[in-house]
Write a new protein. Structure first.
Length: 65
């Protein structure tokens, strides 16, 4: 059987790895959030620009009818 000290060291190492992975995952989530916010803002700007540039098309028939 392993000694208590060896088991404790093993658990501490595992905990440190999990803690590091949690921080890395948190960093990824924060980066993705920033990217999503930037893309959302860009989409909003593009929609507003499109509405300003192009008037609403009338519901008339196209000239080939």
């Amino acid at each position: 059987m392993e000694s208590t000290e060896t088991r404790l060291v093993d658990l501490e190492l595992r905990f440190m790895k999990l803690e590091r992975f949690a921080h890395e995952l948190s960093d990824v989530v924060v980066a993705q959030r920033r990217q999503i916010e930037a893309l959302t803002a860009e989409t909003k700007r593009l929609r507003e620009r499109e509405l300003q540039e192009e008037p609403a098309a009338p519901n008339d028939r196209p000239p080939h009818y």
